[in-house]
Design a protein around this ligand. Structure first.
Ligand SMILES: [Mn+2]
Length: 344
């Protein structure tokens, strides 16, 4: 596997130099964060990002994410134009040696939490989700009360999006995903790119919006839509693991054996109750997911793709982007590197 860390570009408080100092880390995962989903990614911007990363002795191990325009998820007539842009972006990424691209198909919101600095007993803070707390958030004034999304949507913009999704059930969303994949995957295969869908986080419907990438059955259905090594999964343990009944070591074993895991996010969580959890440090002993067993499943099947520690806690007084501080993710990276080394 290629151990990497997410890097949010030049504005990230964690510089590339610090990431390069973490033992075993050879790459970063990044995106063009100033692009809007309305346009294809220009070659000059991609080249600048790749050069900057290479200048610090690292490689761009995966692009996370290349966002899918909302009109594609909604199945609007304009989707073909947005898919054309997507194809241009893929072609431009491939021209600079990118091999792995992460995306998601979550309506309106991607990862969602109800607390970005939940205090743990040891004085660290972490991200937390509680469905009851979420259901009490009033979206009529937009996303101002939704942690991490404060300025994203006005009440009016959000209401029109929610109305657009009112007629879209889960099967319709699957249809729109199939349409997207049937156009994008053959082109990705031709370009030598592997696309990996990120599971929905959390893996259930929020705010009445449909969510479909929630469990093993969804992953199995996804890879059958277009049977290609380019049609894969960015398997996120913390996202899928939040749904009780998702047996991650078994699922990782099954999908890695089929060589459909193109990218791994490794994170541990602690279950608090029904649709309620908080994130923990990465080691198995710190949470409810068996991280060691998950890595054993990957190793057994010869996983060679990028793997990154996902969200970390805030520890040692660090401040910064919730979930994406340096210290706890570096501890996570060292832990994951150690397991991999021991597996031989
Ligand atoms: Mn993830």
């Amino acid at each position: 596997m290629k151990l990497s860390l997410r890097w949010y570009g030049p504005d990230d408080p964690v510089p590339l130099q610090y990431i390069h100092q973490i033992p075993g880390v050879t790459g970063v995962v990044s995106s063009l964060h100033d692009m809007t989903p309305d346009a294809a990614w220009p070659r000059e911007s991609i080249e600048r990002m790749v050069d900057q990363i290479a200048h610090h002795g690292l490689e761009l191990a995966a692009v996370e994410s290349l966002p899918v325009h909302e009109d594609i998820k909604l199945g609007r007539t304009s989707r073909d134009r947005h898919i054309d842009n997507y194809l241009t972006s893929l072609e431009n990424l491939a021209a600079f040696g990118v091999t792995t691209v992460c995306y998601n198909f979550m309506p309106v919101f991607d990862w969602t939490r109800t607390d970005l600095a939940y205090p743990l007993a040891d004085g660290s803070t972490c991200l937390r989700y509680d469905h009851h707390d979420l259901s009490r958030i009033d979206l009529s004034r937009g996303t101002r009360d939704l942690p991490g999304w404060s300025a994203a949507f006005s009440g009016k913009a959000l209401e029109s999006l929610r109305q657009a999704y009112a007629g879209i059930d889960e099967e319709t969303l699957w249809d729109h995903l199939s349409y997207f994949l049937s156009r994008v995957i053959p082109e990705a295969e031709r370009l030598g790119l592997r696309l990996g869908i990120h599971p929905d986080d959390p893996p259930w419907s929020i705010f009445g919006l449909p969510r479909i990438m929630v469990d093993g059955d969804a992953m199995r259905r996804l890879i059958r839509i277009v049977d290609s090594p380019s049609n894969g999964i960015s398997l996120c343990t913390g996202s899928l693991g939040a749904k009780l009944g998702n047996d991650l070591p078994a699922l990782v074993d099954e999908l890695a054996e089929l060589d459909r895991i193109v990218f791994m996010h490794v994170r541990n969580i602690h279950f608090e109750g029904d649709r309620s959890f908080h994130e923990t440090a990465h080691p198995t002993v710190c949470g409810d997911l068996d991280i060691l067993a998950i890595l054993k499943s990957l190793h057994k099947n010869g996983f060679r793709g990028p793997l990154r520690p996902d969200h970390g806690r805030m520890i040692w007084g660090e401040t910064g982007k919730p979930g994406y501080g340096l210290f706890d993710r570096a501890l996570g990276a060292a832990y994951l590197h150690g397991i991999w080394e021991a597996l031989g």
